[in-house]
Design a protein around this ligand. Structure first.
Ligand SMILES: [Zn+2]
Length: 172
């Protein structure tokens, strides 16, 4: 298990459409372990594989509040199968957009389907933080970031800030 470097905007990898996982191999299991380590270390409540540079449809999440009792979830090929008409606003952040938080409106409740590491298909209902998190992470698999749900003005401002920072780093 190891902590992997996070992919940060404006890295264009974050815009890739991730490929479905065809088979749960030892490599996939290892990747899931690394993703969980990386996510807990950050710390964050969710991580998509592309955020450590691997364009496959796998997500790790842990929305439990407790520090001592981790409730890790590994979602393989997750998809939203139903979303409520009612919306909800929640302040989101992203490990690929460090220290930036903004309110995002999304469906209040969703039903999602995924395969776990044992190869079982699971369908689950979510509300609250879990609903927000699963929608945010599945967006990543399609190259979508939470800032895409904001106004163009806000999005441009964030992108400009991170582009400048990346340039400074490259020049240093
Ligand atoms: Zn994110």
């Amino acid at each position: 298990m190891s902590i992997r470097p996070l992919v940060i905007i404006p890295d264009t990898k974050l815009r890739l459409i991730s490929e479905p996982v065809k088979e749960i191999t030892s490599e996939i299991r290892r990747l899931a372990d690394d993703m969980l380590d990386t996510m807990y270390d950050a710390p964050g409540v969710g991580l998509a594989a592309i955020q450590i540079g691997v364009p496959i449809r796998m997500v790790t999440m842990d929305v439990s509040k407790s520090e001592d009792e981790h409730q890790p979830m590994v979602l393989i090929n997750p998809e939203i199968v139903w979303a409520s008409e009612e919306k909800r606003v929640y302040e989101e952040g992203c490990l690929s957009i460090p220290e930036y938080y903004e309110e995002v409106e999304r469906p209040d409740r969703v039903r999602f389907r995924y395969m776990n590491l044992q190869g079982e298909m699971i369908e689950q209902d979510a509300d609250g933080l879990l609903a927000t998190c699963v929608q945010h992470e599945i967006d990543h698999l399609d190259g979508v970031l939470f800032i895409d749900h904001l106004s163009k003005l806000k999005r441009d401002r964030v992108m400009t800030k991170f582009k400048k920072a990346a340039k400074r780093e490259a020049g240093a």
